[in-house]
Design a protein around this ligand. Sequence first.
Ligand SMILES: *[C@@H]1O[C@H](CO)[C@@H](O)[C@H](O)[C@H]1NC(C)=O
Ligand SMILES: *[C@@H]1O[C@H](CO)[C@@H](O)[C@H](O)[C@H]1NC(C)=O
Ligand SMILES: *[C@@H]1O[C@H](CO)[C@@H](O)[C@H](O)[C@H]1NC(C)=O
Ligand SMILES: *[C@@H]1O[C@H](CO)[C@@H](O)[C@H](O)[C@H]1NC(C)=O
Length: 431
Amino acid sequence: MWQLKPLLLLLGVLLGALACTVAGDGGMPLVIPITKHMDTLLYSVSAPVAENDQITNHLVLDLSGPIIWSTCPDGYVALGCTSPACIQANRFHPPNCQQTGYGKPDADNPHRCKCTAHPYNPVAGDRASDDMTEFTTSVNATDGKNPLYTVSFVVSTSCAPESLLTGLQWDSVGVVGLASSALALPAQIADTQKVPNKFALCLPSGYSDGVAIFGGGPLFLLPPGSPDVVATLAGDTPLRKHGKSTGYYITADKGIAVNQIQVPLDGYGAAPLLIALSSTTPYTALRSDVYRAFITAFDQATSEMARIKPEMPPFELCYNSTQLGSTRVGYAVPQIDLMLEGGKNWTLFGGNTMVQVYDQTACLAFVQMREENKQYGYGGSPKEAPAVVIGGFQMENNLLVFDVENQRLGFSSLLFGRQTTCSNFNFTMPA
Ligand SMILES: *[C@@H]1O[C@H](CO)[C@@H](O)[C@H](O)[C@H]1NC(C)=O
Ligand SMILES: *[C@@H]1O[C@H](CO)[C@@H](O)[C@H](O)[C@H]1NC(C)=O
Ligand SMILES: *[C@@H]1O[C@H](CO)[C@@H](O)[C@H](O)[C@H]1NC(C)=O
Ligand SMILES: *[C@@H]1O[C@H](CO)[C@@H](O)[C@H](O)[C@H]1NC(C)=O
């Protein structure tokens, strides 16, 4: 017996050292369920809102959003103008917002400066100015397989007037920005949890929850025994910046292929194509010049397939879906390749390209970009708009890994090919 004690002690020291190493490198990633709202086609997370965690409300996800904002409860405390969060908040202004300065005097205490932020609604294209505040939120830690335990931490957010909620789903109280700025959720989690500024996003297509993992991975989806999706991605490509936008961009340096044939593009539409990723755009939008060439190519590649006329705006090419073949990755239609910088293709199959509009009608789920694209603040010159804005429908049931630290985007391709979906995370906490 006497020998056991020093051994246990030694083991304790070793385990302690191990635990220290793990804690030194960082904490556990956090897992958050994602809901799709079927009326607005927006994706949201539920969040206990400031000082009232009895009420669960929704916050809409915005990949391009630099901050987190919501309507604030009475009696919230505004952050001061010299707080680090205030300085960060004022590095980002919504498109066309001329506002400068950090804040204004507090009405209750004229000697105190209240910090002002500039929340932006990506759906309506509206902006506002309101106080910065902070509140405690709770999220589950994960080993990539299940939620394990709840951690609480303070997040810096902006308040917003009720009117800024226009266009969001009815039960939304704000927006969670996922962009690469210091006040977006990924950076705030990285900061407080000591995990990498890297997140895995798996958008659901239906009523069951999808999943996001902040801190990178791993991520295991049912059925049990499937490999870590983060470690078995199909490819990755550099993330790029575009002007003053805080959103994520990638480049298709060889353009787009339909049915493995490159779509001919010329003028300013020629490759390399700038591609934005937008969680608040329901269907991928193509700049007019690219759209026309792309539709022509898809039309030709599907000339044998039974059409439904008249077309159903905003979609132009619709098919009798009872006559389309089915595969594991959706309807048997020509594949679409985004030929990305770095040499890998992001390949889109029927499951991400054809939307079921009616019982017997499926349409090519790509739309023409509006000339005045207020959602992205490009407005004027079409040359400034990205050639492609990848929308939610094309991202669903794909795992996307935004490695903000290393500025790379990893992608899995359609998970149906691996016999799983984004709604297959096991949200049951082990006993
Ligand atoms: C943590 O996970 C459990 C099990 O899914 C869930 O009931 C709980 O609401 C989660 N907690 C938070 C803070 O999300
Ligand atoms: C990418 O797609 C193009 C067009 O379909 C094809 O020619 C090329 O071989 C693909 N590249 C890779 C690396 O799969
Ligand atoms: C689709 O094709 C089937 C079989 O040919 C036909 O019965 C049906 O009426 C068509 N549907 C539409 C909407 O045209
Ligand atoms: C989900 O996780 C729980 C807790 O570890 C486990 O008991 C259950 O069997 C898992 N479900 C499936 C379908 O694997």
